[in-house]
Design a protein around this ligand. Structure first.
Ligand code: PLP
Length: 289
């Protein structure tokens, strides 16, 4: 089992929040592990157990050059004694960035594939070729989202207690969101899309949940698209960090919090309600402005 440090729920007492008459709590799951941080820990949990059960010695997964999931998988594999292979989108760029040089230090084999090939990464022929090259491996999909990942997030949701009305979470593949929806049927679950195309995400999440209607995807706070940023977002993150002493990054949690603050100011959340937001980690990819 991976190490796991229990994490606190803290209250964010920004004037903006207080003025709106709501309570804002944050689950600091970014603090759960130094390298396998936030939601990635929970998404990997049952995948790692399953790999061990199947006597697999190697994990193989996919991601971009800045992927939090690649970083987390490399660290988890090293901690538990698996070999790891990262299939990386695009060409190698030297020197390696922080994410990939960390992954390499943890023993991950980096296999670069063209963007075109990467698009076919779920095709049988592509996976067969990887097997010819690397032999046996336990495959974890891009972003780590599969049924076992959703199940792990359901376990995480059980640690959250009951003292809130809304749960807000950043969404990439939607796996984390799906776990929350499954575990918390009596709460309103809101996913803040890190991608422009929220429609795609809605369909992705629907695959992993039953007929629940207690959730929605907000895609108004993608700030131009995945991993894009601008001065408004940068300014928001800086101000938030100064006031609350909690670090955010620009791919997921910065956009999430900017979105929540905007919705709070627009009166989206009922007066007197409590919003629980999840800090899903990802600070390894933090770009300094
Ligand atoms: C990967 C990641 C997400 C997105 O999780 P999904 O399950 O893919 O939606 C959100 N926040 C952070 C910090 C992440 O690293």
């Amino acid at each position: 089992m991976l190490r796991h440090t229990p994490t606190p729920i803290v209250e964010i007492t920004d004037p903006i929040v207080e003025k709106a008459g709501v309570r804002l709590l944050m689950k600091r799951e970014d603090l759960n592990h130094p390298f396998v941080s936030g939601n990635k820990w929970w998404k990997l949990k049952y995948n790692l157990e399953e790999a061990k059960k199947q006597n697999m010695r190697t994990l193989l997964t996919f991601g971009g050059a800045h992927s939090n999931h690649i970083y987390a998988t490399a660290a988890a594999a090293a901690e538990l004694g698996f070999n790891s292979i990262g299939v990386i989108r695009g060409e190698e760029t030297l020197p390696l960035n922080n994410t990939l040089s960390f992954a390499r230090q943890r023993g991950m084999t980096l296999q670069y594939v063209s963007r075109e090939q990467y698009r076919n990464k779920t095709a049988d022929e592509f996976i067969d070729r990887l097997h010819q090259q690397f032999g046996d491996f336990f495959l974890i999909p891009e972003g780590g989202t599969n049924e076992l990942a959703v199940k792990g997030v359901t376990d995480f949701a059980a640690t959250l207690g009951d003292d809130f009305d809304y749960v807000c979470c950043a969404a990439g593949t939607g796996g984390t969101l799906a776990g929350l929806i499954n575990a918390l049927p009596s709460k309103q679950i809101i996913g803040f899309s890190a991608l422009k195309d929220g429609e795609f995400l809605t369909q992705a999440v629907a695959r992993w949940v039953g007929g629940e209607t207690n959730w929605k995807i907000v895609s108004d706070y993608a700030f131009g698209g995945y991993a894009k940023t601008n001065s408004v977002l940068a300014e928001f993150i800086q101000q938030f960090e100064l006031r609350n002493n909690i670090p955010l990054e620009h791919v997921y949690t910065g956009k999430l919090m900017a979105g929540i603050y905007d919705l709070i100011q627009k009166g989206y959340f009922h007066k007197g309600s409590t919003i629980l937001t999840l800090h899903t980690g990802g600070l390894q990819g933090k770009r300094l402005f």
